[in-house]
Design a protein around this ligand. Structure first.
Ligand code: NI
Length: 228
């Protein structure tokens, strides 16, 4: 499932992050610092050093916003969220086709985290740069994603994807991964659809007994499929 979440960050939060990131030029390093065997040869961008103070400050803003976002919770069913990272593509920079690493080490805990869902949170307005589309391939074809600042896209971490070359301006973004309670994308999608329908029934005055039964089905499916 590929899903976009509008205004995961409010405009003032985007402005705050942009100001913090731009005020810390020494924190930016070559993006290949964290690329794996497959990604390093095709990755040409910059990212904020995960150990820098500005990274921690900006991560806190993003994580707090995600925790309060019901659409994010429903779609990702997060178990562990990797500390958000921040990248920058200037003119000529690009990240060629790759699949994100399946397991990462959580720098906070040293524990391994399975990457079920990949996330990109756009921090630049689309009119401020040309190119820089996030192209994601799934079973239905290729999707070019270029969202407004503050908007978030979630997609299965199993997807082949790339960031096309920037031909004008600068693209600033936040990216991270989620180990979901439900590792299978198909099961997660069913739960998301069921939850969305249940919410809608609640808003439209549907039969309460039938709705309660569906809520029970949701939780009993989650119980069957969740690993915690
Ligand atoms: Ni990637």
């Amino acid at each position: 499932m590929l899903i976009t979440i509008d205004q995961a960050l409010a405009p003032d939060q985007v402005a705050e992050l942009r100001a913090r990131l731009q005020a810390a030029p020494d924190a930016w390093v070559d993006g290949r610092a964290t690329a794996g065997f497959q990604g390093a040869p095709v990755k040409f961008n910059q990212q904020v050093d995960e150990a820098s103070p500005v990274a921690a400050e900006c991560q806190a803003v993003v994580l707090a916003a995600l925790e309060r976002n019901p659409l994010f919770i429903s779609a990702a069913l997060p178990n562990v969220v990797y500390p958000p990272m921040f990248n920058r593509y200037g003119e000529g920079m690009t990240f060629g086709a790759h699949v994100d690493g399946g397991v990462r080490i959580d720098p906070r805990t040293g524990r391994k985290l399975r990457t079920d869902v990949s996330a990109t949170l756009f921090l630049s307005e689309p009119e401020d740069y040309d190119g820089g589309e996030l192209e994601i391939a799934d079973t239905y074809g290729e999707h070019a994603v270029k969202l407004k600042a503050g908007d978030l896209v979630l997609y299965p971490a199993t997807s082949l994807h790339q960031v096309t070359p920037i031909t004008r301006g600068e693209r600033l973004a936040c990216f991270f991964w989620i180990q979901s309670l439900v590792r299978d994308d198909g099961q997660r999608t069913l739960l998301y659809d069921l939850d969305t329908a249940i919410q809608r029934l609640g808003q439209t005055g549907a039969d309460e007994t039938a709705r309660t039964t569906l809520v029970g089905c949701y939780h009993n499916l989650l119980r069957q499929w969740a690993d915690v």
